[in-house]
Design a binder for this molecule. Structure first.
Ligand SMILES: [Zn+2]
Length: 206
């Protein structure tokens, strides 16, 4: 469990990164931290990349009374223009942002703002995703979350794409991805019962 650092005297900003595969609970952890700050009467804002259209614009990201509005932005620098009089800035789906995000987060931290970033550390090919490697380098605190492997129940670190799309970004949830451990990820479509010709059949087809 992440515990916030305690500073006496002059207020100081810092950067926290929450990373991991899909279905590892990154957004929930981001919201948990933001909600606690909000309960303590801190001013909190969330930004997310415009590309992430799975949710409504200006969506309310949690269901209880401590809701936090999230603002979609077209690029990282836009965040600097929009942040005004806040203590804590949350950034969701950070992997979809441009490379300026690390610079933007460092500028916010220098202003005394606590910056909490949530994002996929690897894309579906197992490669570092967008600005995440740079963010991990400059962050004060890093939390790597794990999902549960859909095949063997071990801790999952990889996001396996079930669909045949090959571009780096293909938005989707359980319809397109599953969390896998390293071993099951590298077994590829041998384990994918939905892939024709993989040797696997759906249960209802047997
Ligand atoms: Zn596994």
């Amino acid at each position: 469990m992440f515990l916030e650092p305690h500073f006496k005297g002059q207020r100081s900003g810092w950067i926290e990164v929450i990373c991991g595969s899909m279905f590892s609970g990154k957004t929930e952890e981001l919201l948990r931290r933001l909600k606690r700050a909000k309960i303590a009467n801190q001013q909190v804002e969330i930004f997310k990349p415009f590309i992430d259209t799975r949710y409504d614009v200006n969506k309310v990201v949690s269901h209880d009374s401590n809701f936090i509005l999230s603002t979609p932005v077209k690029n990282a620098k836009k965040i600097l223009e929009l942040v005004n009089n806040v203590n804590v800035v949350g950034i969701d789906e950070a992997q979809f942002f441009d490379e300026d995000l690390a610079e933007v987060c460092q500028a916010l931290a220098l202003k005394g703002i606590r910056v909490i970033i949530s994002g996929l550390d690897m894309d579906y090919k197992g490669k570092p995703f967008g600005p995440m490697p740079t963010l991990l380098s400059v962050a004060e605190y890093i939390t790597k979350l794990h999902a549960i492997c859909s095949h063997c129940g071990n801790l999952a670190t990889h996001s396996y794409r079930l669909s045949l799309e090959e571009q780096q970004v293909a938005l989707g949830e359980k319809d397109k991805y599953e969390a896998r451990c390293r071993t099951c990820y590298h077994m590829g479509n041998i384990l994918d019962l939905r892939m024709p010709g993989s040797g696997g059949e759906k249960k209802e087809d047997i």
